[in-house]
Write a protein that binds this ligand. Structure first.
Ligand code: SF4
Length: 306
Protein backbone atom coordinates (compact mmCIF):
# COMPACT_ATOMS: atom_id res chain seq x y z
CA UNK A 1 0.00 0.00 0.00
CA UNK A 2 1.36 3.44 -0.84
CA UNK A 3 0.53 6.82 0.68
CA UNK A 4 -1.18 9.74 -0.96
CA UNK A 5 1.33 12.43 -1.82
CA UNK A 6 -0.49 15.01 0.35
CA UNK A 7 0.27 12.87 3.42
CA UNK A 8 4.00 12.94 2.84
CA UNK A 9 6.50 15.31 4.28
CA UNK A 10 10.08 16.07 3.43
CA UNK A 11 12.68 15.68 6.12
CA UNK A 12 15.98 17.49 5.64
CA UNK A 13 19.09 16.12 7.32
CA UNK A 14 20.67 19.58 7.38
CA UNK A 15 23.86 18.66 9.19
CA UNK A 16 25.38 15.66 10.93
CA UNK A 17 26.90 17.89 13.58
CA UNK A 18 25.50 17.58 17.09
CA UNK A 19 27.11 18.41 20.42
CA UNK A 20 25.19 15.61 22.18
CA UNK A 21 26.26 11.98 22.40
CA UNK A 22 23.01 10.14 23.03
CA UNK A 23 23.78 6.46 23.50
CA UNK A 24 20.93 5.48 21.16
CA UNK A 25 21.73 7.95 18.36
CA UNK A 26 21.56 6.48 14.87
CA UNK A 27 22.27 9.83 13.12
CA UNK A 28 19.32 9.38 10.81
CA UNK A 29 20.61 6.02 9.68
CA UNK A 30 24.09 7.31 8.91
CA UNK A 31 26.31 6.97 11.96
CA UNK A 32 29.40 7.37 9.77
CA UNK A 33 29.11 11.10 9.35
CA UNK A 34 30.97 12.33 6.29
CA UNK A 35 30.79 15.89 7.65
CA UNK A 36 28.88 17.30 4.69
CA UNK A 37 25.95 19.64 5.12
CA UNK A 38 23.00 20.30 2.87
CA UNK A 39 23.53 23.47 0.91
CA UNK A 40 20.85 26.15 0.96
CA UNK A 41 20.49 25.74 -2.83
CA UNK A 42 19.70 22.03 -2.44
CA UNK A 43 17.14 22.72 0.29
CA UNK A 44 15.32 25.39 -1.68
CA UNK A 45 15.37 23.40 -4.92
CA UNK A 46 14.04 20.33 -3.09
CA UNK A 47 11.26 22.45 -1.56
CA UNK A 48 10.27 23.81 -4.98
CA UNK A 49 10.23 20.31 -6.51
CA UNK A 50 8.29 18.91 -3.54
CA UNK A 51 5.66 21.63 -3.86
CA UNK A 52 5.30 20.92 -7.57
CA UNK A 53 4.63 17.27 -6.61
CA UNK A 54 2.08 18.22 -3.91
CA UNK A 55 4.18 18.10 -0.71
CA UNK A 56 3.92 21.18 1.49
CA UNK A 57 5.19 19.91 4.82
CA UNK A 58 8.87 20.16 5.73
CA UNK A 59 10.90 19.15 8.76
CA UNK A 60 14.48 20.08 9.58
CA UNK A 61 16.56 17.60 11.47
CA UNK A 62 20.14 16.43 11.83
CA UNK A 63 22.33 15.94 13.78
CA UNK A 64 21.20 19.11 15.45
CA UNK A 65 19.53 21.44 12.92
CA UNK A 66 20.22 24.53 15.03
CA UNK A 67 23.92 23.92 14.30
CA UNK A 68 23.13 24.81 10.68
CA UNK A 69 24.09 28.36 9.83
CA UNK A 70 21.33 30.40 8.23
CA UNK A 71 18.39 28.17 9.18
CA UNK A 72 16.16 31.20 9.82
CA UNK A 73 16.96 32.56 6.35
CA UNK A 74 16.09 29.21 4.75
CA UNK A 75 12.77 29.12 6.61
CA UNK A 76 11.96 32.70 5.61
CA UNK A 77 12.72 31.87 1.97
CA UNK A 78 10.42 28.83 2.01
CA UNK A 79 7.64 30.90 3.55
CA UNK A 80 8.15 33.56 0.87
CA UNK A 81 7.67 30.84 -1.79
CA UNK A 82 4.58 29.42 -0.05
CA UNK A 83 3.25 31.13 3.11
CA UNK A 84 1.06 28.14 3.98
CA UNK A 85 3.96 25.64 3.90
CA UNK A 86 4.23 23.78 7.22
CA UNK A 87 7.71 23.96 8.66
CA UNK A 88 8.94 22.27 11.81
CA UNK A 89 12.21 21.12 13.29
CA UNK A 90 13.50 18.61 15.78
CA UNK A 91 16.07 19.78 18.30
CA UNK A 92 18.00 18.62 21.30
CA UNK A 93 17.09 21.97 22.86
CA UNK A 94 20.59 23.22 23.59
CA UNK A 95 20.32 26.30 21.37
CA UNK A 96 16.58 26.79 21.58
CA UNK A 97 16.71 29.77 23.92
CA UNK A 98 19.29 31.42 21.65
CA UNK A 99 17.47 30.82 18.34
CA UNK A 100 13.75 30.40 18.93
CA UNK A 101 12.59 33.99 18.52
CA UNK A 102 14.33 34.46 15.18
CA UNK A 103 13.02 31.10 13.94
CA UNK A 104 9.48 32.09 14.88
CA UNK A 105 9.92 35.44 13.13
CA UNK A 106 11.15 33.53 10.07
CA UNK A 107 7.93 31.47 10.08
CA UNK A 108 8.54 28.19 11.92
CA UNK A 109 5.27 26.45 12.82
CA UNK A 110 6.32 24.05 15.56
CA UNK A 111 9.18 22.13 17.10
CA UNK A 112 9.90 18.78 18.75
CA UNK A 113 12.37 19.07 21.61
CA UNK A 114 14.13 16.01 23.00
CA UNK A 115 14.27 15.63 26.74
CA UNK A 116 15.31 12.32 28.26
CA UNK A 117 14.86 12.93 31.96
CA UNK A 118 13.75 15.51 34.52
CA UNK A 119 16.75 14.48 36.56
CA UNK A 120 19.84 16.48 35.61
CA UNK A 121 22.30 13.66 36.25
CA UNK A 122 20.25 11.02 34.48
CA UNK A 123 19.65 13.29 31.51
CA UNK A 124 23.39 13.86 31.26
CA UNK A 125 24.07 10.13 31.38
CA UNK A 126 21.66 9.58 28.49
CA UNK A 127 22.65 12.48 26.21
CA UNK A 128 26.33 12.50 27.14
CA UNK A 129 26.70 16.21 27.97
CA UNK A 130 25.65 18.54 30.79
CA UNK A 131 22.92 20.48 29.00
CA UNK A 132 19.99 20.31 31.40
CA UNK A 133 19.65 24.01 32.30
CA UNK A 134 19.90 25.25 28.71
CA UNK A 135 17.39 22.66 27.47
CA UNK A 136 14.91 23.44 30.25
CA UNK A 137 15.11 27.18 29.56
CA UNK A 138 14.58 26.47 25.86
CA UNK A 139 11.53 24.32 26.59
CA UNK A 140 10.04 26.97 28.82
CA UNK A 141 10.50 29.62 26.14
CA UNK A 142 9.00 27.32 23.51
CA UNK A 143 5.93 26.81 25.68
CA UNK A 144 5.31 30.57 25.69
CA UNK A 145 5.29 30.80 21.92
CA UNK A 146 4.40 27.50 20.31
CA UNK A 147 2.03 25.33 22.26
CA UNK A 148 1.58 23.14 19.19
CA UNK A 149 5.06 21.80 19.92
CA UNK A 150 6.11 18.63 21.74
CA UNK A 151 8.60 17.22 24.15
CA UNK A 152 9.86 13.93 22.74
CA UNK A 153 11.40 11.18 24.86
CA UNK A 154 13.05 7.91 23.94
CA UNK A 155 11.35 5.47 26.30
CA UNK A 156 13.85 2.96 27.71
CA UNK A 157 14.83 1.15 30.87
CA UNK A 158 16.88 4.23 31.79
CA UNK A 159 13.91 6.58 32.16
CA UNK A 160 10.71 4.49 32.28
CA UNK A 161 10.19 5.37 35.97
CA UNK A 162 9.89 9.05 35.03
CA UNK A 163 7.55 8.91 32.06
CA UNK A 164 4.44 9.90 34.01
CA UNK A 165 6.20 12.86 35.66
CA UNK A 166 7.50 13.99 32.28
CA UNK A 167 4.02 13.78 30.77
CA UNK A 168 2.68 15.94 33.62
CA UNK A 169 5.53 18.40 33.16
CA UNK A 170 4.73 18.78 29.45
CA UNK A 171 1.02 19.17 30.14
CA UNK A 172 1.66 21.89 32.74
CA UNK A 173 3.60 23.82 30.09
CA UNK A 174 0.87 23.31 27.48
CA UNK A 175 3.17 21.17 25.31
CA UNK A 176 2.48 17.77 23.82
CA UNK A 177 4.42 14.73 25.01
CA UNK A 178 5.43 11.90 22.72
CA UNK A 179 7.43 8.80 23.48
CA UNK A 180 9.05 6.39 21.11
CA UNK A 181 11.01 3.23 21.70
CA UNK A 182 14.79 3.41 21.67
CA UNK A 183 15.83 1.81 18.40
CA UNK A 184 18.31 -0.99 18.99
CA UNK A 185 20.18 0.06 15.86
CA UNK A 186 23.39 0.11 17.83
CA UNK A 187 24.41 -2.85 20.00
CA UNK A 188 25.13 -0.49 22.91
CA UNK A 189 21.44 0.47 23.10
CA UNK A 190 20.04 -3.07 23.13
CA UNK A 191 20.08 -3.74 26.90
CA UNK A 192 17.95 -0.63 27.48
CA UNK A 193 15.31 -1.28 24.83
CA UNK A 194 11.68 -1.77 25.83
CA UNK A 195 9.63 -3.13 22.91
CA UNK A 196 6.88 -0.84 21.68
CA UNK A 197 4.14 -3.33 22.67
CA UNK A 198 5.44 -3.29 26.21
CA UNK A 199 5.62 0.50 26.29
CA UNK A 200 1.96 0.63 25.35
CA UNK A 201 1.13 -1.93 28.01
CA UNK A 202 3.06 -0.07 30.72
CA UNK A 203 1.45 3.27 29.92
CA UNK A 204 -2.02 1.73 29.96
CA UNK A 205 -1.31 0.70 33.57
CA UNK A 206 -0.79 4.33 34.71
CA UNK A 207 -3.57 5.41 37.11
CA UNK A 208 -6.66 6.63 35.23
CA UNK A 209 -5.19 5.98 31.78
CA UNK A 210 -7.64 6.10 28.88
CA UNK A 211 -6.48 4.93 25.47
CA UNK A 212 -7.68 6.27 22.12
CA UNK A 213 -6.50 6.08 18.51
CA UNK A 214 -6.12 9.46 16.86
CA UNK A 215 -4.66 10.83 13.64
CA UNK A 216 -1.85 13.38 13.83
CA UNK A 217 -0.64 14.86 10.54
CA UNK A 218 -2.05 11.87 8.69
CA UNK A 219 -0.42 9.31 11.01
CA UNK A 220 -2.16 7.05 13.48
CA UNK A 221 -1.10 7.51 17.09
CA UNK A 222 -2.23 6.12 20.39
CA UNK A 223 -3.22 8.89 22.74
CA UNK A 224 -3.19 7.95 26.40
CA UNK A 225 -4.81 10.48 28.68
CA UNK A 226 -4.88 10.61 32.44
CA UNK A 227 -6.15 13.11 35.02
CA UNK A 228 -3.32 15.58 34.37
CA UNK A 229 -1.25 14.11 31.57
CA UNK A 230 -1.24 13.00 27.93
CA UNK A 231 1.15 10.70 26.08
CA UNK A 232 1.31 10.09 22.34
CA UNK A 233 2.74 6.78 21.13
CA UNK A 234 3.19 5.59 17.52
CA UNK A 235 0.32 3.26 16.66
CA UNK A 236 2.51 0.38 15.57
CA UNK A 237 -0.41 -2.07 15.26
CA UNK A 238 -1.36 -0.59 11.89
CA UNK A 239 2.15 -1.08 10.62
CA UNK A 240 3.45 -4.33 9.28
CA UNK A 241 6.76 -6.04 8.84
CA UNK A 242 8.95 -4.73 6.11
CA UNK A 243 10.38 -8.17 5.40
CA UNK A 244 13.83 -7.02 4.31
CA UNK A 245 16.00 -10.04 5.10
CA UNK A 246 19.17 -7.99 5.48
CA UNK A 247 17.73 -5.26 7.70
CA UNK A 248 20.32 -4.56 10.42
CA UNK A 249 17.64 -3.81 12.99
CA UNK A 250 16.24 -6.45 15.27
CA UNK A 251 12.72 -7.84 15.37
CA UNK A 252 11.35 -5.07 17.61
CA UNK A 253 12.10 -2.50 14.98
CA UNK A 254 11.19 -4.56 11.95
CA UNK A 255 7.68 -4.80 13.35
CA UNK A 256 7.31 -1.05 13.09
CA UNK A 257 8.93 -0.70 9.71
CA UNK A 258 7.16 -1.20 6.42
CA UNK A 259 7.92 0.40 3.12
CA UNK A 260 4.24 1.10 2.52
CA UNK A 261 4.13 3.16 5.70
CA UNK A 262 6.69 5.71 4.57
CA UNK A 263 5.47 9.18 5.47
CA UNK A 264 8.71 11.08 5.17
CA UNK A 265 11.24 11.31 2.42
CA UNK A 266 14.64 12.15 3.81
CA UNK A 267 17.05 14.41 2.01
CA UNK A 268 20.73 14.05 2.89
CA UNK A 269 23.58 15.92 1.19
CA UNK A 270 23.82 13.26 -1.50
CA UNK A 271 20.52 11.40 -1.85
CA UNK A 272 16.78 11.14 -1.29
CA UNK A 273 16.06 8.26 1.08
CA UNK A 274 12.84 6.33 1.55
CA UNK A 275 14.22 4.12 4.32
CA UNK A 276 16.79 4.74 7.04
CA UNK A 277 18.40 1.37 6.61
CA UNK A 278 17.81 0.31 3.07
CA UNK A 279 20.34 1.57 0.55
CA UNK A 280 18.64 0.23 -2.54
CA UNK A 281 15.62 2.39 -1.80
CA UNK A 282 17.70 5.56 -2.00
CA UNK A 283 17.96 7.94 -4.94
CA UNK A 284 21.32 9.68 -5.26
CA UNK A 285 21.82 13.10 -6.80
CA UNK A 286 25.11 14.74 -7.68
CA UNK A 287 24.06 18.30 -8.30
CA UNK A 288 21.20 20.63 -7.54
CA UNK A 289 19.80 20.04 -11.03
CA UNK A 290 19.36 16.30 -10.33
CA UNK A 291 17.07 16.74 -7.34
CA UNK A 292 13.90 16.80 -9.39
CA UNK A 293 14.60 13.36 -10.81
CA UNK A 294 15.68 11.87 -7.46
CA UNK A 295 12.70 13.26 -5.57
CA UNK A 296 10.21 12.36 -8.28
CA UNK A 297 11.51 8.75 -8.39
CA UNK A 298 11.31 8.46 -4.59
CA UNK A 299 7.75 9.81 -4.61
CA UNK A 300 6.72 7.32 -7.29
CA UNK A 301 7.96 4.48 -5.11
CA UNK A 302 6.13 5.42 -1.91
CA UNK A 303 3.19 7.66 -2.78
CA UNK A 304 0.40 8.24 -5.24
CA UNK A 305 -0.52 11.62 -6.62
CA UNK A 306 -4.16 12.61 -7.01
S1 SF4 B 1 20.50 14.94 20.02
FE1 SF4 B 1 19.79 13.68 18.32
S2 SF4 B 1 21.42 13.83 16.75
FE2 SF4 B 1 22.27 14.56 18.72
S3 SF4 B 1 23.28 12.77 19.60
FE3 SF4 B 1 21.19 12.87 20.47
S4 SF4 B 1 19.92 11.58 19.11
FE4 SF4 B 1 21.86 12.03 18.03
Amino acid sequence: MVKRIEEMYLRFVLTKRCPFKCYFCHREGDAESPGFELSREVVIEAVRVAMSLGIYSFKFTGGEPLEYEGLADVIAEIKSICPSAEISFTTNGLYLERDLVKLIEAGIDRANVSLQSLDRKKNEEIVGVDSFDEVMRGIELLSKFKTDSKIVTAFSKRNEDEILDMARFAKRLGLGFRVHAVLPALPIAEPDVIPIEEIEERISRFPGAVRRIIEVNGKHRLLFTGPDWEILVPDWRHWKRCGMASCPLNDNVKKVCKEGEVFALRITPSEVQTCLMRNKKNFPFEKVGDIREALTSACKLVAVTS
